[in-house]
Ligand binder design. Structure first.
Ligand code: AMP
Length: 189
């Protein structure tokens, strides 16, 4: 199963991706996690991306595209993968379809987790206050990340709707409720 998880920050993509990764035994590829671990290891990639993360801005497309191309070419992606946080721009979506064409792979679904803005900001702030360890989980950065999402990432919804891959799931409720909706929506894939 090859899936993209789409949705605003705070929608629960990461949590649901981990559960799906266990259920289907496929890797969870989170570009945000890749960036955060680069920052905490202080690698050259980390030094390059830190300021973008701290300010709630997107890391440049070229850099992320390269990382994802390398990751998807690894053997553990042969049976599928869950992309969480990528693509985030139309340019990244275009690049992803080139990468998949080259690997002769096709996406099965793009799952959008939708949630109202006020709930998102509250969730991100709560996550920060509960010690997520993410330096970008502050009220200020949450608002910034949301506006970046609306501007750069939300257009992907229309993009994937036109390919008939889009499935929308309501992100309000408990982790289990959302997980159940996702399973139903994926059906026999
Ligand atoms: P996330 O964990 O998905 O919320 O990502 C955290 C941060 O990592 C984002 O605010 C961006 O700065 C960066 N990031 C993650 N994925 C991408 C991507 N696909 N393109 C650009 N920046 C990204």
């Amino acid at each position: 199963m090859r899936i993209i998880l789409l949705g605003p920050p705070g929608a629960g993509k990461g949590t649901q991706a981990i559960l799906m990764s266990q259920k289907y035994s496929i890797p969870h590829i989170s570009t945000g996690e890749i960036m955060r671990s680069a920052v905490s290891s202080n690698s050259s990639l980390g030094k390059e991306v830190k300021q973008y993360l701290d300010q709630g801005n997107l890391v440049p497309d070229d850099l992320v595209n390269k990382l994802v191309a390398e990751r998807l070419a690894q053997a553990d992606c042969n049976n599928g993968f869950i992309l969480d946080g990528f693509p985030r721009t139309v340019a990244q979506a275009d690049e992803l379809s080139l990468i998949l064409d080259k690997l002769k792979l096709k996406l099965d679904a793009v799952l959008q987790i939708s949630l109202a803005q006020d709930v998102l900001i509250e969730r991100i702030q709560k996550r920060g206050a509960m010690g997520s360890g993410r330096t970008d989980d502050t009220a200020e950065t949450a608002i910034k990340r949301l506006s970046v999402y609306m501007e750069k990432t939300a257009p992907l919804i229309g993009h994937y709707k036109s390919t008939n891959l889009l499935k929308v799931v309501d992100g309000l409720g408990t982790i289990e409720q959302v997980q159940d909706r996702i399973s139903k929506s994926l059906g026999n894939i």
